[in-house]
Design a protein around this ligand. Structure first.
Ligand code: HEM
Length: 230
């Protein structure tokens, strides 16, 4: 039982059997989500030198692409990217079938600062997730599928961000990632059985700080890269 925070209808199982039905996919959603959060932290840290040390950034990108383990890490990342929404959908459908309600029907309870936003993010998670996937499809086509020549990484990045439509998409994608994480971190800890009344406030705060760091960080980075000299 939770003492603080936001609880959506899908987080509040109506019976032990409903809980058991959703438990398998929920653990997969949590683990794949946490893998993606870890990637986003590394990704953001890897991009900051593009602003403050362009030569270092080009060296880092060239070195990264020479690593024999990179395809393995990319395959694991792709698996997490595909599994996360697929398992989340499966869990929502199982819960909806067990309760006889539509997956989008979620209620929330406001208790403190930020809980309204977390409840909104939870209720809109399917749409926020769809926006994130659309952003990622464009993002990977622009910057991963078409690899820039060595030493041209920053120029390719700035060329993409020079387009107002692209910049708006990067802003939306970054904010969607932050919003998703605003409720997702706590939900993942709950699914893994790590959330309890003693650590709930700490875990919630950590998740929200991570959300602000990643959502705000990527959005700000895109903006600064756009205005920094080519
Ligand atoms: C300011 C915002 C962002 C910028 C400038 C940016 C830049 C880049 C660049 C340059 C690459 C190619 C890296 C490489 O091949 O070495 C890349 C790859 C990637 N980005 Fe981003 N990114 C941003 C935001 C995001 C966000 C918000 C997400 C996820 C929600 C994301 C997910 C990915 C993924 C999954 C890859 C592929 C990684 C790989 O296969 O190695 N990016 N990004």
């Amino acid at each position: 039982m939770r003492e603080h925070g936001v609880m959506t209808a899908s987080d509040r199982p109506s019976s032990a059997s409903t809980q058991a039905l959703a438990a398998g996919p929920a653990v997969g959603v949590a683990v794949s989500g946490l893998v993606l959060v870890l990637f986003l932290l590394v990704h953001l840290a890897g991009l900051v030198p593009a602003l403050v040390n362009p030569a270092g950034f080009e060296r880092y990108a060239a070195l990264l692409h020479r690593q024999p383990w990179l395809p393995v890490v990319e395959a694991a990342l792709l698996a997490a990217l595909l599994l996360h929404p697929a398992l989340a959908l499966r869990r929502a459908l199982r819960l909806a079938r067990a309760r006889g309600t539509a997956p989008a029907l979620r209620r929330s309870r406001r208790e403190g600062a930020g809980d309204g936003l977390a409840a909104l993010a939870a209720a809109q998670a399917p749409w926020i997730g769809a926006l994130l996937l659309a952003f990622l499809a464009v993002h990977l086509l622009q910057l991963r599928w078409h690899r820039p020549a060595a030493g041209q990484e920053l120029a390719a990045l700035q060329a993409v961000l020079r387009s107002p439509a692209s910049l708006a998409l990067y802003g939306a994608g970054s904010l969607a990632a932050g919003l998703h994480l605003f409720h997702g971190h706590e939900a993942a800890q709950r699914s893994l059985g790590l959330l309890d009344p003693a650590n709930g406030t700490r875990i919630r705060l950590l998740g929200r700080l991570l959300a602000l760091l990643l959502g705000g960080g990527f959005a700000l980075l895109a903006l600064l890269l756009r205005v920094s000299p080519a």
